[in-house]
Design a protein around this ligand. Structure first.
Ligand code: G4P
Length: 531
């Protein structure tokens, strides 16, 4: 038992969120470098390509040289066992990206110091805020010309509505970026450049060290003193409780590329970020330290190996210890079973594992029995974790089968793929399943969907792009949804559960509908049983 408790206590499970190109991959790689999981930076990218060559990923992934689905990595640092959840950000942004955040206990938000808060950061941040998980900010690329740090911090506060507390402060930027000032110890940490592929060495100096002006450069030194005075005057004390409740974001500065500030960030972040958090099951909170195993499904990756039509289901362990020999209960299926080939990614290697603890992510082979949000647990436990919300798609297409004789396969394919959570499907009033509207969060999901319909179900489709960009679930309506006053380019549809929704072409039309229908309440997430 003591063993289980100490194993769980040392787990830290977090996601890294950012807008593409802010430096998420680089920062992840540097974490692995400091954790000793890789010997030299540059290895992750190399491995990524190698993985495409050897694994049997979906054809589309190989063709495009990108990773369609988010992945997980585990490594050790200073006694902590760290699970990083990657959230794909480029064109492979998808609902999986959002769902992955459901499995994290905190998030690291990487922001490009020359760009500030960008679009995808905003979207991902919203999902973190919905769950009230702690968000730690790493302002990156200080080795390049950067915006004024005060402006950046203001932007986070104003744009995201998130109060911040600077843990450290940059000394210079661009070529004159020397290091960071640690506010708690009042020490200056300055770095010796190494080119970034190896760990950087840091030297600490007291702020009153007479040689500091010479080390940092006169201008940097004077600016730093002024900045510190301003910061101290602002009096934004670090309130850890507020951080843990997602009401305050600690801010760090650095450069992932040159490794400046990476280790100070990692150390403080691991100190402040919580071990596995309890999860809700009905009215109960399930304590992660409960010795019995429980987990929920947050992601399903289909057809990793087409010959076997297999799927890998990713589970977030919520309590206790998982043992590969144990029988578990699949709560939604009402069946006892043994999880097959449980595996984990260690850095970039896939490994079969014997055990896992609360906080860990495991992938298991799935013969097609699991759905997103399902609970798996020790038969002794009686838990059913709250569901995973459905996120608002932003791209829509009307689809039907090219060959009308393939109606059956078409309906089977779209239903199964939608049940897996790979796309969302909607119906227009009075139409059957022969023609549906498909909604996705990222456009690449359309390509994957079309590809899978053809290769797995033998159905070629006629697809018509639709101009809607915003979807809202109707939480409460003053009248029958059909009677709502909506603009001519707004469409009423229903989802698979027959819940009504509205498709809009702009934010403006949403406001229009809300203004004209008093009592109408719209929601961006279908929170399902997340209430
Ligand atoms: P992402 O995962 O958030 O999309 O970003 P990624 O780490 O791939 O970084 C995007 C680009 O920004 C990369 O350059 C990377 O080297 C660069 N970068 C990341 N962190 C820093 C930093 O602290 N300082 C500077 N100056 N650059 C940084 P690239 O040219 O697009 O790719 P590559 O050819 O260097 O790999």
């Amino acid at each position: 038992m003591a063993d289980i408790v100490s194993e769980i206590k040392r787990r830290r499970t977090f996601a890294i969120i950012s807008h593409p190109d802010a430096g998420k991959t680089t920062l992840t790689e540097k974490f692995l470098l400091y954790g000793g999981a890789i010997a030299q930076a540059g290895a992750v990218k190399g491995k990524k390509n190698a993985r495409h060559a050897v694994s049997d990923w979906m054809e589309i992934e190989k063709q495009r040289g990108i990773s369609v689905t988010s992945s997980v990595m585990q490594f050790q640092y200073n006694g902590a066992c760290i699970n990083i959840l990657d959230t794909p950000g480029h064109q492979d942004f998808s609902e999986d990206t959002y769902r992955t955040l459901m499995a994290a206990d905190s998030a690291v938000m990487v922001i490009d110091a020359s760009k500030g808060v960008e679009n995808q950061t905003r979207k991902l941040f919203k999902v973190c805020a919905m769950r009230h998980i702690p968000v730690f900010t790493f302002i990156n690329k200080l080795d390049r010309e950067a915006r004024n740090p005060f402006d950046l911090v203001d932007e986070i506060e104003n744009e995201l509505g998130m109060p911040t507390c600077a843990i450290n402060w940059p000394i210079g930027s661009g070529k004159s970026f020397k290091g960071v000032f640690d506010r708690a110890s009042r020490h200056v940490i300055y770095f010796d450049p190494t080119g970034g592929s190896h760990k950087v060495s840091a030297t600490q100096a007291d702020l009153n060290d007479p040689e500091l002006a010479q080390i940092l450069g006169e201008e940097n030194y004077v600016n730093l003193k002024d900045d510190i005075e301003l910061l101290d005057g602002a009096g934004d004390e670090l309130d850890l409780k507020a951080v843990h409740e997602g009401r305050l974001s600690p801010v760090f500065f650095g450069s992932a590329l040159t490794n400046f500030g990476v280790e100070p960030f990692l150390e403080k972040f691991l100190d402040m970020t919580p071990p596995p958090l309890p999860r809700r099951s009905g009215d109960e909170l399930i304590d992660p330290f409960t010795p019995e195993f429980s987990a929920f499904v947050f992601k399903i990756q289909a057809n990793m190996n087409k010959a076997h039509r297999d799927r890998i289901t990713f589970l977030r362990v919520c309590s206790g210890k998982f043992d590969k020999e144990m029988d578990v209960l699949h709560v939604q299926g009402g069946r006892k079973l043994r999880l097959s080939q449980p595996q984990q990614l260690m850095a970039q290697e896939r490994e079969i594992i014997d055990e896992a603890y609360a906080g860990d992510i495991i992938g298991v082979f799935d013969p097609g029995i699991f759905s997103i949000g399902d609970t798996v647990c020790s038969p002794k436990l009686n838990v059913k974790f709250e569901g995973i919300p459905t996120f608002a798609p932003e791209h829509f297409m009307r689809v039907r089968s090219k060959d009308t004789m393939k109606r059956k396969q078409f309906v089977k394919g779209i239903t199964q793929i939608a049940q897996e959570g790979a796309v969302q499907i909607f119906r227009e009033p009075l139409t059957g399943m022969e023609e549906v509207i498909v909604g996705v969060v990222g456009v690449l999901q359309f390509d994957v969907f079309q590809y899978r319909m053809k290769s797995e179900y033998g159905v070629e489709m006629i697809c018509e792009g639709l101009g809607y960009s915003h979807i809202r679930w109707i939480d409460s309506s003053p009248c029958e949804p059909k009677q709502l006053k909506i603009s001519s380019d707004t469409k009423l549809v229903s989802d698979l559960k027959d819940d009504p929704l509205l498709l809009f072409t702009s934010e403006w039309n949403i406001r229009w509908a809300l203004e004209r229908n008093e009592g109408l309440v719209l929601s961006e997430f279908n929170r399902g049983d997340l209430q």
